[in-house]
Write a protein that binds this ligand. Structure first.
Ligand code: ATP
Ligand code: MG
Length: 212
C-alpha cells in the first residue's frame, strides 16, 4: 500500500493541531493501519503525550524532528502506511517543509473571528502548496456543540475558500480531550461516546479524501 502523509497545520496557536494529530494516528492504529506520528514542534506536545502513555496501550511510532533541513529524510525513511505530522504554531521553515511533504494537510480552525485574523501569511503558503498539488482540508476545532458558531464558520469558510475541502463535521470542545491527553491517552480509551464517534468520523472522512 502506498504511504500517505497527512500534515496538521495552522499558524495560529492552540487550535487543536496536536490533539487532532494524536487522535488521527490512534484512530488509524485501531483499524489495523501501521502509523507513524511525527512531532516537528520544539514544544514537543506529541513527545510529552507519548512519554506518559501507559505501556499497556498500543502506541503509534512516535518520531521527533524539528529540523527543517532533515525532516524530509526522516519522513522519507518511514515505511508505515500512514504518517501523521504535527507542526508548530507560527510560520517557521519547518511548517513550509511539512506542507511540501504532505499529501493532505488538515487545518483545524476554531470558530472565533480572532482565529481567522492574522493568518494571512499562512494562507499564502497554503495557496502556493495547493497549487503544487497539496490537498487542503479545513476542519472546525474546539467548537461548542450548543452554539451555531460552527455552522456560521463553515458557511464563511466555504465562501471564502471554495478551492479547499471542508469537513462537514469537526471536533467539539470537550473535557474528555483535556482529561485523556493529560494521561497519555486519547478519547478512544475514555468513556465519552460522542468524542469517540467524532474522532472516528474525522479519521474516516480524511481516509475517504486520501483514497478518492
Ligand atoms: N476538542 C478539544 N476540546 C477541549 N480541549 C481541547 C480540544 N482540542 C484541544 N484542546 C485543548 O486545547 C489546548 C491546545 O490544544 P493543542 O495543544 O492540541 O493545540 P495546538 O494547535 O497543537 O497548540 P500549539 O499551537 O501550541 O501547538 C490544550 O490544552 C488541549 O488540551
Ligand atoms: Mg501543538
Amino acid at each position: 500500500m502506498e504511504k500517505q502523509i497527512v500534515g496538521v497545520a495552522n499558524s495560529k496557536g492552540g487550535t487543536g493541531k496536536s490533539t487532532i494529530a494524536i487522535h488521527l494516528a490512534c484512530c488509524a492504529l485501531e483499524t489495523g493501519v501501521n502509523v507513524s506520528l511525527v512531532d516537528t514542534d520544539a514544544q514537543g506536545s506529541v513527545k510529552d503525550w507519548a512519554n506518559v502513555r501507559p505501556d499497556s496501550m498500543e502506541t503509534p511510532n512516535v518520531v521527533c524532528n524539528n529540523d527543517p533541513y532533515s525532516i524530509h529524510v526522516t519522513i522519507e525513511r518511514l515505511e508505515d502506511e500512514l504518517i501523521v505530522v504535527d507542526s508548530p504554531a507560527g510560520l517557521s521553515e519547518i511548517t513550509g517543509e511539512v506542507l511540501g511533504l504532505s499529501d493532505l494537510v488538515l487545518v483545524p480552525i476554531m470558530p472565533s473571528v480572532l482565529d481567522l485574523w492574522g493568518v494571512g501569511e499562512f494562507e499564502r503558503v497554503l495557496e502556493e502548496q495547493a497549487q503544487e498539488g497539496l490537498e487542503v482540508v479545513l476542519v472546525t476545532s474546539k467548537y461548542d456543540h450548543a452554539s451555531t458558531l460552527s455552522e456560521e464558520l463553515a458557511e464563511y469558510l466555504s465562501e471564502e475558500y471554495p478551492e479547499y475541502s471542508h469537513l462537514e463535521y469537526g471536533i467539539c470542545d470537550r473535557v474528555a480531550y483535556k482529561r485523556q491527553m493529560g494521561q497519555g491517552q486519547t478519547v478512544l480509551e475514555g468513556n465519552d461516546a460522542r468524542a469517540k464517534n467524532e474522532v472516528r468520523r474525522l479519521y474516516h472522512d480524511i481516509n475517504d479524501l486520501l483514497h478518492e
